[in-house]
Design a binder for this molecule. Structure first.
Ligand code: NDP
Length: 599
């Protein structure tokens, strides 16, 4: 940790009080219910696909397969890759989009980029022999990488694209899952792997009058380049004479606002809570450096990121970026400076956090010329209360004459949408286009987040089974749902580098399926004791996250200010991903799948 010592350039009591005030003014009684689920009348915002020709039809598929992977983003691709490496064939990937890519298929908004170091984030780099172009990859490269994985592992022939799974139901007589889709398919699979990712279902704010708008509107995950012109690099020439509103200032808006500021005649950015915006400093990959990397380098680099995120000091910070600087800044001091008590540690970490946020607020002042705008852009909360962002172009936009920041924090968000535009703070802003940069059902309760019916043995709904809380073994399997696997954030460990987490989970799931097949079993599922043992272990951690998150300004990290509800975002295995992976490795090494039952 970088040492923070008195005197500070801020008064900790005042900062603490300001954080509380800023949180309280944003808290809403309806928490996550302020958002509209993208179904029914709103489905057009989330279910259309602007990247394929409309009007596609095909005959329903009736097929018996071994393994159905639902989702063709990185988690599904990794599951397919790790199964293939084990020689397990007979799999198919069912994907709503017209190609692989998942979130990077849908989120092709201008400026879309991954904030995590590409050498860590892009999976299977060594397997594919691929060198990322830059330290932070843009969406075209990331989407292209998904396609490369698809080709490398021969997955295109085994993909069922443009097909949305509606439900999966266990058929005891067949010993298979029956998969119903929006194309009336009847696919019967022995094993199902849910690989839906975290940003699967887009959401809209429930702003009054939203359907009355007579101009054009879309969600960032369905960017309409037919309307704007251009592509993810910009060049949206159709917007030159248009007035555009962006609602939201999360990680997505931070990336698309600079491109809109460049191309739109007029841009209004409606901000309820400012993001932290740290520097980006992207740079091309040095081919000599890349060629010098020793085999196994990607795993080492991924682990280097992961352990730093857990606050563990490393000899060398291989990543050395905005993320790892945050980790270092707010981790508890080690060695001689180690705090003696929990209270002391909490205080030291809190002060370090304040210092980091103070630095980020100063950055706003240094860049944004108008003092009132700069003031409104300053974030007042602890650094990990909201997803940090990194961008060199966002803040300077507010020095442009065609860009206006509209701070809607006092009214808890945009007030109303009218046929002509957006009402905020009593003023109507007439616009031609509204872009909803309002995020995804990331931490909503599971039923809402997944949007797929899941019915296990005797027709039991997964969501009823989990009504009082998740009941899994390691987060991947649950009793009464034979041969069913979930890859994603649940009762496991959360890794900010999502693809790393997905890969380790995919390896584990592939191992269990392979073992089940090799042992000639029909089904595999956790035992009652296996699940209970895992729940007992998780219960012993007394996770402090609820406390920390309860004090945070609302957002999806804390289920919109209701941190004890929802499906959680950070995973339940508190010791973190490095220890979790070790635990899984030890579990596999026993060779007898403890806590699971083969039949
Ligand atoms: P977020 O949920 O982070 O942001 C939604 C935004 O909409 C917030 O600023 C929110 O304000 C605002 N909002 C919601 N309702 C209203 C309202 N009624 N009036 C005004 N504003 C409103 O969604 P994003 O799409 O930005 O990001 C989602 C996640 O996707 C990221 O956190 C990240 O995990 C991922 N992502 C990853 C990237 C990467 O680099 N890998 C890049 C982009 C996204 P408030 O904060 O007050 O709720």
């Amino acid at each position: 940790m970088e040492q923070v010592s008195e005197p500070f350039s801020f008064d900790p009591d005042e900062v603490r009080e300001r954080y509380r005030r800023e949180r309280d003014k944003r808290l809403r009684d309806n928490g996550p219910d302020q958002y509209i689920e993208m179904a029914g009348d709103y489905a057009r915002y989330a279910e259309g696909d602007p990247y394929v020709e409309p009007g596609f039809t095909r005959d329903p598929i009736a097929d018996d397969i071994d393994i159905a992977i639902i989702g063709g983003g990185f988690s599904g691709l990794l599951a397919a890759a790790r199964l293939s490496e084990r020689g397990v064939s007979g799999l198919r990937i069912i994907e709503a989009g017209g190609d692989f890519g998942g979130t990077w298929y849908w989120n092709r908004y201008p400026g879309a980029q991954c904030d995590t170091d590409a050498y860590c984030y892009l999976p299977l780099l060594e397997e594919l022999g691929y060198m990322p172009r830059e330290k932070y990859a843009y969406v075209d490269e990331i989407f292209g990488h998904s396609q490369k994985i698809g080709r490398h592992y021969d997955l295109y022939d085994r993909a069922i694209f443009r097909t949305r799974v509606r439900s999966v139901s266990w058929d005891e007589t067949l010993g298979r899952w029956r998969i119903a889709t929006d194309r009336d398919d009847d696919i019967r699979a022995r094993f199902v792997i849910m690989a839906l990712g975290t940003t699967t279902r887009a959401k809209l704010p429930g702003i009054a009058g939203i359907e009355s708008f007579e101009g054009h509107s879309f969600h960032t995950s369905r960017w309409d380049y037919g309307y704007t012109g251009g592509d993810n690099t910009g060049g949206m020439t159709n917007l030159a004479d248009k007035r555009v509103a962006v609602i939201g200032t999360g990680a997505t808006a931070i990336q698309c606002v600079p491109r809109l500021a460049r191309d739109a005649g007029r841009l209004y950015v409606f901000q309820r809570t400012p993001s932290t915006v740290d520097w980006r400093r992207n740079r091309p990959t040095d081919p000599e450096w890349f060629a010098s990397l020793e085999p196994g380098w990607q795993r080492r680099r991924r682990d280097n990121f992961t352990v730093q995120a857990a606050g563990v000091p490393v000899e060398e910070d291989l990543i050395d970026d905005g993320w790892t600087r945050i980790f270092r800044a707010i981790s508890s001091p080690k060695g001689e400076n180690r705090p003696k008590t929990r209270e002391e540690r909490d205080r030291v970490v809190e002060l370090a956090d304040m210092a980091k946020m103070d630095e980020l607020r100063h950055r706003v002042e240094e860049i944004v010329a108008d003092p009132a705008t700069a003031e409104a852009l300053k974030p007042w909360y602890r650094v990990m209360c909201k997803r940090p962002t990194f961008n060199d172009e966002f803040l300077p936009c507010f020095n442009q004459d065609n860009v206006t920041l509209v701070d809607v924090s006092d009214s808890k968000g945009v007030e109303r949408i009218t046929p002509r535009g957006v009402v905020a703070n009593g003023t109507e802003y007439e616009v031609d286009l509204i872009v909803y940069a309002t995020g995804f059902e990331i931490s909503a309760e599971f039923k809402r987040r997944l949007g797929i019916g899941i019915n296990g043995r005797d027709g039991l709904s997964l969501f009823d089974h989990w009504a009082d809380g998740l009941k899994t073994l390691h987060g991947f399997t649950t009793r009464g749902f034979p041969n069913w696997f979930y890859i994603g954030v649940s009762q496991n460990a959360f890794d900010l580098n999502m693809t790393s987490m997905f890969d380790d989970q995919a390896r584990h799931v592939a191992y269990i399926i392979d073992e089940t097949l090799q042992r000639g079993a029909r089904t595999v599922e956790p035992t009652e004791d296996g699940v209970q043992g895992w729940l007992d272990l998780l219960g012993s951690f007394h996770i402090g996250g609820g406390g920390f998150l309860a004090e945070c300004t609302p957002g999806y990290y804390n289920n919109e200010g209701k941190p004890t509800g929802g499906s959680g975002f950070f995973g339940a295995y508190a010791p973190g991903p490095a220890r979790f992976n070790q635990l899984l490795e030890d579990w596999r090494a026993t060779g007898d799948l403890p806590g699971m039952e083969l039949a």
